[in-house]
Design a protein around this ligand. Structure first.
Ligand SMILES: *[C@@H]1O[C@H](CO)[C@@H](O)[C@H](O)[C@H]1NC(C)=O
Length: 299
């Protein structure tokens, strides 16, 4: 899977505590669609905002946007007034190569970090002018850091977190402008083993319920990692959890790969029993990879 990733900034009008929206990445339609979680059916009429990555490429050309993998909601630029966006609305892009899986923006410093899984690296993009970090045309690639099977990358509690093979990693982002560097903080944190399964780290999300919890998925399951205690709690001992999020109400929402490793539904469950599906949304020929809460609050 090779693709480009872009950060999009979306304006919000979300008020009540439980009526949240989810941004869903569908590889089949090459879209990111934002749906109200509670819409009875996730059909065309329910779409709140959408991004379509469908370039006009000939059969002989390489399509960098072939497999959309992730979406994060960050305040980067203003798309106010648009209900749908396409490649013409992309304000910054990069092609890190080696099968990129996720992208994060470092607040205030203007840097981006992309994770690539094969064989595995983080690519750092930094502002060439430290006094003008908001001008996206001045943000350029600076370093690559080897990280075996890097998948999830997330800014949380003042650190950059990343999942890879067997480990969760924590980095400090130091310096300014061209001098920005990632510095590993401590050793890799061993992911929790599920007997009979590998531990290839996958998705990484912040719990919107508990600021001390990172939601981590790997080959064999989904976990809540407490950044204060350093303890992993197993939420689901099942394979192919492509993404997992938790809303401030406590509700979990996740995508599990079914047909061809991809998901046709976003499943929901109660906080007290993450194993039991209480509700789901989607459609039969969807190819969901990740579903993220539509909320830019991540610092
Ligand atoms: C951003 O940087 C580019 C390249 O240096 C420059 O041409 C452009 O005017 C800048 N934009 C703003 C809004 O400052």
């Amino acid at each position: 899977m090779i693709f480009k990733q872009a950060l999009l900034s979306l304006s919000l009008a979300i008020s009540t505590a439980t009526a949240y929206h989810l941004a869903v990445v569908d590889q089949n339609t090459k879209t990111v669609r934002v749906f109200p979680r509670d819409a009875a059916t996730w059909n065309k009429d329910a779409i709140y905002w959408s991004f379509t990555a469908d370039p006009d490429v000939g059969w002989f050309e390489h399509d960098d946007w072939a497999d959309l993998d992730d979406v994060k909601i960050r305040k980067t630029a203003d798309l106010a007034g648009h209900e749908s966006a396409d490649l013409d609305d992309v304000v910054w892009e990069a092609t890190p190569g080696d099968n990129p899986h996720s992208l994060e923006r470092i607040p205030h410093l203007g840097a981006f970090v992309a994770s690539s899984s094969d064989p595995g690296k983080l690519t750092l993009y930094v502002p060439t002018d430290a006094s003008d970090v908001n001008n996206l045309s001045k943000i350029k690639k600076s370093h690559e850091y080897k990280l075996d099977m890097a998948h999830g990358v997330l800014w949380h509690s003042g650190k950059l977190w990343a999942t890879g093979k067997d480990y969760l990693y924590k980095f400090d982002v130091v310096g300014k402008g061209k001098d920005i560097k990632l510095v590993l903080d401590g050793e890799g944190i061993p992911l929790k083993k599920i007997p009979g399964h590998k531990k290839n780290g996958h998705d990484l999300s912040a719990s919107y319920k508990d600021p001390n919890v990172l939601l981590v998925t790997h080959t064999g399951g989904a976990f809540a990692y407490n950044i204060k205690t350093g303890v992993f709690e197993t939420l689901m001992a099942v394979t192919k959890i492509k993404s997992l999020v938790q809303h401030s109400s406590g509700e979990y929402a996740w995508v599990r790969g079914e047909k061809n490793e991809l998901g046709q539904y976003v499943s929901f469950s109660d906080e007290k029993d993450p194993k039991t599906v209480t509700d789901r949304r989607g459609w039969g020929d969807a190819e969901f990879y990740k579903a993220k809460i539509f909320d830019p609050d991540y610092e």
